[in-house]
Design a protein around this ligand. Structure first.
Ligand code: MGD
Ligand code: MGD
Ligand code: MO
Length: 759
């Protein structure tokens, strides 16, 4: 089964469990943020950096992709944004002595928390074949090594170029250009594990894989669904937007198996009333749905809309003018079986009927969602059904209404816009060819899961990660680690140490880079970069801090160095790219639609908004030229007797694979991460008790035993039959082959498990 989890992970002697919180943010939020920031970077640096987050002349918060409101508060940051900043702006440093002291094998035994706590990487390091240690290497030699290994491959398709979602537009554009000039579309990214299902479903149905609302739309909505999302922890600034929407009269319906604190009640730390009093109640209705019950819920709502006596239940004029496929969709939806709906959702018919009442009373509806919808086998059909729901009442392309997939990483949406995609459109490749005068590869490349398979099977031999933590973020940890170890060369462009650096190919490289908070000076002077938020707003980001080390290079400079060392007769002037990022933006303005006059518009304080045909002109650039209503089969996720469905979530003290601390304040957990949340009735039925310890064993058709040992049981008010635990510790349980239809996203939110008592 691969390595055992680090010993410290099992130390739950300090574990404390209290009642989950019913409200989020507020004074403790900011107080905790400041305490953590002082510990990482001291008082002066804390003031310097936090005052610059998301300000017009400041840097984009590396926390999440939630947009900034027009009128930014003096301190437009949240507790978790502050933690993300502190993590990067820390004054702790990893030097060459650190690597001399710790063997790679020893680093592989450490926890994610420990690795992250060691501080910023400061110079390029190499692990040479057979060596037990990383040792320093010059940038030139590092680029030379990568260039030599890449050139030695039998085909460019034997290399994999991964991207996480913090990479700027400029770096992303340069990176995909280098990769395509090298000759492959093997550009998997974290999106493959994140909102790929949203992109697939939206592209097919409305013609563009992005959300159709702006912040103003949320403020104008009558009804907002927040489905499969925990904004109190993962998008805290969204709570301010929901609060404002509520003040303007919106109702909020939360759909979640867990009663997440941020969904219930919110105390805004940015306004005085948040400091005293009970704050705002956010969700007017909480639907405690079973995991994966969402398709059934929205299909039932659609059936009821079609059958309603209310003459305005559906928008016939909109359907006739703008949609395709109504008859097939309606015939299918009218036949939805109520017994299946109730079984799948775990809700009562009364709850669903009451929700229909909210819907009929609302002229403008927004549906927001995140990972609770995207990481299931039927994630794409589920999101398509939500589009059906919105289209039925004309809720796309109208102010105050639309789809709102809430993105994760701060520039994950921008990276995709810049061409980080293993399946680029022909139009994008044509534009690249025209601009640079070379023929980019046309064959689709490998996504994340397929890249793991290719490395596992020896079909891919070089891995380069532009940020991220590949071995921890991906499913089936044991398989992925073996796949990485089988490579000839694994290299990572990183700010901080993580486990992926400890699981190397024959050769391992660490290329340390500047973070968002840091000053980026190139030959032409100080540079800025730009990013796109979850709502398609593009704006500049400027770091102000001195770089963590004089040896760091920007991501752009690293791509250019690598390109010069790898490509003979390159069609691109990489020196010019590196010298002045305006040059890159000029090219982007001619290649990527919506970026005309990029350099001028990105310099406006408020940035600019990208065009979005359905939102702006009710035009749907799909295969049919209309918005597509779809038929989505309803299957209930049933588990064998004695098994539970496990969903893997983030705690309040982590950023994906970066573990800031061991608490999950809103869920009432202190000093321990190896915990599993289970409904008390399920515990009784399974003969297990609160506080007991179990192994989580996942069951999948390949018969391989996947076991995550030593989890403390917490009796918790989750939906019946649905357990929850934190990732990345539980990624050992997610089978590589268990992925969503169409999007190929790992099913991290629906793993069938049994709980085996260990003591
Ligand atoms: N502080 C902090 N901020 C972050 C991150 C972080 O790790 N830390 N990560 C960033 C990234 S990359 C992303 S993608 C986002 C993630 O943001 P979220 O999607 O909020 O993250 P998760 O913790 O995965 O939470 C999933 C939510 O969906 C619910 N859920 C699970 N299964 C189902 C289901 O079947 N149906 C429904 N209706 N609900 C379900 C869970 O109970 C949980 O509330 O956050 C971003 N922001
Ligand atoms: N079981 C389970 N697995 C999941 C998920 C889940 O919900 N459940 N969620 C999935 C999701 S939504 C996502 S997005 C992925 C996340 O997958 P990744 O994006 O691969 O993982 P992160 O943990 O965000 O990456 C953290 C690392 O990024 C590097 N880094 C930070 N800032 C920068 C920077 O500015 N530049 C560079 N070059 N490097 C930087 C640091 O070295 C840090 O260690 O995980 C996925 N995995
Ligand atoms: Mo994500």
């Amino acid at each position: 089964m691969g390595r055992k989890a680090p010993r410290e992970d099992f130390d739950d002697s300090g574990l404390e469990v209290t009642k989950p919180k019913e409200w989020a943010a507020g004074v403790p939020g900011v107080a905790v943020a400041l305490r953590d920031s002082y510990a990482q970077m001291g008082v002066r640096r804390t003031a310097l950096t936090l005052l610059r987050v998301n300000q017009k002349d400041g840097f984009d918060c590396p926390g999440c992709a939630w947009p900034e409101p027009d009128h930014r508060h003096a301190a437009e940051f949240c507790e978790n944004g502050a933690k993300a900043v502190a993590e990067e702006a820390t004054t702790r440093r990893i030097t060459r002595e650190f690597f001399a002291r710790h063997t790679v094998a020893e680093l592989a035994e450490r926890t994610d928390h420990w690795l992250g706590q060691q501080g910023r990487l400061t110079e390029p390091m190499v692990r040479r074949p057979g060596s037990e240690h990383y040792e320093p290497i010059s940038w030139d030699e590092a680029f030379g090594l990568l260039g030599t290994e890449l050139s030695a491959l039998a085909s460019p398709d034997e290399a994999v170029f991964y991207t996480s979602g913090r990479t700027s537009n400029e770096a992303a554009f340069a990176y995909q250009l280098f990769v395509r000039a090298f000759g492959t579309n093997n550009l998997p990214d974290c999106s493959n594990m994140c909102h790929e299902s949203s992109g697939s479903a939206l592209t097919e149905t409305i013609g563009i894989g992005k959300g159709s609302v702006l912040l103003e739309d949320l403020y104008r909505a009558d009804l907002i669904f927040v489905v499969g999302q925990n904004p109190g922890t993962n998008h805290p600034r969204m709570l301010s937007a929901l609060e404002r929407a509520k003040k303007a009269g919106a109702r909020v319906v939360a759909v979640n198996p867990l009663p997440e604190a941020g969904l219930l009640r919110f105390r805004n730390p940015q306004v005085p009333s948040g400091v005293v009093g009970r704050g705002t109640q956010l969700a007017d209705r909480f639907l405690q749905i079973r995991v994966n019950g969402d398709l059934a819920l929205f299909q039932a709502l659609n059936r009821m809309l079609l059958e309603s006596d209310d003459p305005n239940a559906i928008d016939r004029a909109f359907l006739a003018e703008h949609t395709h496929g109504f008859e097939e969709f309606a015939a299918h939806a009218r036949a939805v079986d109520w017994d299946l709906v109730l079984e799948a959702t775990g809700l009562t018919r009364g709850e669903i009927a009451a929700t229909l009442g909210d819907v009929l009373a609302a002229k403008r509806i927004v549906v927001c969602w995140a990972m609770g919808l995207t990481q299931h086998r039927n994630a794409v059909p589920t999101i398509r059904e939500i589009v059906n729901f919105l289209l039925l009442r004309g809720n796309i392309g109208r102010p105050g209404a639309g789809v709102c997939p809430v993105r994760g990483h701060s520039n994950v949406q921008g990276d995709r816009t810049m061409g980080i995609f293993e399946r680029p459109s022909a139009a994008f490749l044509d534009a690249l060819a025209g601009e640079f005068g070379f023929e980019p590869p046309r064959e689709h490349g490998l996504d994340t899961v397929d890249a793991i398979r290719a490395m596992r099977d020896g079909r891919a031999r070089v891995f380069l990660g532009m940020g991220g933590n590949f071995v921890r973020a991906t499913p089936d940890s044991a398989v992925t680690e073996a796949a990485m170890r089988r490579c000839r060369l694994t290299a990572h462009v990183s700010t901080k140490l993580n486990r992926s650096h400890a699981v190397t190919g024959e050769i391992g490289l660490i290329l340390p880079t500047l973070g968002r908070t840091e000053r980026d000076v190139q030959a032409s002077g100080e540079q800025f970069v730009s990013v796109e938020d979850s709502m398609g707003m593009v704006h500049a980001s400027r770091g102000r801090l001195e770089p963590a080390s004089p040896h760091l290079r920007s991501e752009v400079a690293i791509v250019c160095g690598l390109a010069r060392a790898t490509l003979k007769d390159s069609p691109v002037d990489w020196d010019a790219f590196e010298r002045d990022y305006d040059v890159i933006r000029d090219h982007v303005s001619r290649v990527v639609p919506g970026f005309a006059d990029y350099n001028a518009r990105v310099r406006r304080p408020e940035g600019f908004v990208l065009p979005h045909a359905p939102r702006d002109e009710r035009r749907f650039p799909t295969a049919t030229g209309r918005a597509n209503l779809t038929v989505n089969g309803l299957e209930v996720l049933r588990v064998p007797e004695g098994r539970l469905i496990l969903q893997t979530v983030r705690s309040h003290d982590q950023y994906n694979t970066t573990v800031y601390g061991m608490d999950d304040r809103y869920r009432g957990v202190k000093a321990g991460r190896r915990v599993v949340f289970v409904h008390p009735d399920d515990l009784a039925a399974l003969g297990l008790a609160d506080g007991g310890t179990v192994d989580l064993v996942s069951e999948w058709s390949d018969g391989v035993e996947r076991r995550a040992p030593g989890f403390r049981i917490i009796s918790y008010p989750t939906a019946r039959g649905c357990a929850a635990a934190y990732f990345p510790e539980t990624n050992v349980l997610v089978p590589l082959d268990s992925t969503a239809e169409i999007s190929n996203t790992p099913t991290s939110k629906s793993i069938v498990v049994r709980l085996e008592p260990t003591r």
